[in-house]
Design a protein around this ligand. Structure first.
Ligand code: TXA
Ligand code: MG
Length: 353
């Protein structure tokens, strides 16, 4: 299949953006697949009420079909038909944070096919902050089921070029709206029970959620490797997501000691003929003398780290590095989501400097 790559956004002008969105909406209506930018990462969209279209998403991504998809909506009126009831806490969170990087899990209505929820009785819903994404959904006239537009197991795409790398030849169209804003996937909160449960940390932080609703549980699967006794409520969290091809290791400890340890290990690997990538920050990059050194951003501006992290992981894939060593970050605010993705990418391997 030929994949069309079409630019949208301010630089392209309103007329051609509208034409591209209309074309994309027609593809969605006919059961086809369109990748589009949201404020978090690029999504791979299909008609969320069409099980056949959902099957095509799983095939294009190489993703197990027990991993449910998020239904994207364009306005508040589109929520109710998808759910079998909206709890007060669910409504409150939706009103406070939508449109934006928050996904809410509700009991599903009959309209939502099991083919998109991985057989679950619940449905995940999100109203994206990015305006073109909402326009596309409105034009399609259906909820748009969209996982991140990467091949299963690869880091989520934050540019249209990342999507092209993974999806060229597999889908009908890619809408190129430039680099996304946030760079990490949305926060997921299950509001189908009594107490809301955080299933995946993101740019709507735990601190913000607690301030909004008080009580908030955390799914234990966020903290570590899902095992026999820890079954993640977001099925996707059990897979080794966001994974680079290299063996990745997080290095804990005092920052000077971390740099020293990474320099020593990188030197040893290079002596053995292995390629090493180092993930560090503006504040620390001058301390590294070995390996391919990439600053992901500034420790004083954690949103820059979130923005660049997946692109750096992909770059290391392209460079075919064998080992990646990464510094650790504070788990406060956005740092919680950053560390969650880093730990998953590293398969929870970490060493003390
Ligand atoms: O920012 C985002 O959320 C992006 C953009 C495209 O919106 N989408 C995204 O989708 O990250 P995906 O499919 O890569 O991740 C969705 C996660 C998976 O871990 C999945 O298991 C979980 O949401 N999920 C979906 N439906 C669920 C449900 N009913 N109950 C619990 N978890 C659910
Ligand atoms: Mg994903």
């Amino acid at each position: 299949m030929e994949t069309r790559l079409v630019k949208i956004g301010e630089a392209e002008g309103e007329e051609s953006t509208q034409a591209a969105l209309c074309e994309a909406a027609e593809i969605l209506k006919k059961g086809g697949l369109v990748a589009f930018p949201t404020e978090t990462v690029y999504g791979l969209g299909a008609n969320g009420l069409d099980e056949g279209a959902a099957k095509r998403i799983y095939a294009a991504k190489g993703r197990p079909s027990d991993n449910p998809l998020i239904a994207h909506i364009s306005c508040m009126e589109e929520l109710q038909p998808l759910t079998a009831g909206i709890s007060p806490v669910g409504r409150h969170l939706a009103e406070q944070f939508w449109p934006g990087p928050l996904t809410l899990v509700f009991l599903k209505s009959k309209r939502v096919p099991y083919g998109t929820t991985g057989g679950l009785e619940t449905v995940a819903v999100r109203m994206p902050g990015r305006e073109e994404a909402r326009r596309l959904i409105a034009l399609a006239g259906v909820p748009v089921a969209a996982p991140s537009a990467n091949l299963s197991g690869r880091p989520s795409p934050t540019t249209a070029q990342h999507v092209w790398q993974d999806m060229n030849g597999r889908i009908e169209m890619i809408l190129d709206g430039g680099p996304v804003g946030i760079g990490l996937e949305s926060t997921i909160v299950d509001v189908s029970g009594q107490v809301p449960v955080l299933l995946r940390p993101g740019a709507v932080t735990l601190e913000m959620l607690r301030e909004a609703v008080g009580d908030m549980e955390i799914d234990p699967a966020i903290q570590g490797i899902p095992g026999e006794d820890i079954r993640p409520k977001a099925p996707g969290m059990k897979y080794r997501h966001y994974a680079p091809r290299a063996e990745m290791i997080l290095v804990k400890g005092d920052i000077a000691a971390v740099a020293e340890t990474i320099n020593r290990l990188a030197k040893e690997h290079e002596r053995d003929g292995s390629k090493v990538g180092v993930i560090c920050t503006e504040e620390t990059k001058a301390q590294y003398i070995k390996g391919i050194v990439r600053s992901v951003g500034s420790r004083s501006k954690e949103e820059t780290i979130a923005h660049n992290l997946f692109a750096v992981l992909r770059e290391f894939d392209d460079l075919e590095v064998d080992y990646i060593y990464a510094e650790e970050f504070s788990e406060k605010r956005l740092g919680y989501a950053i560390m969650n993705r880093l730990k998953k990418a590293a398969g929870y391997r970490e060493i003390q400097a």
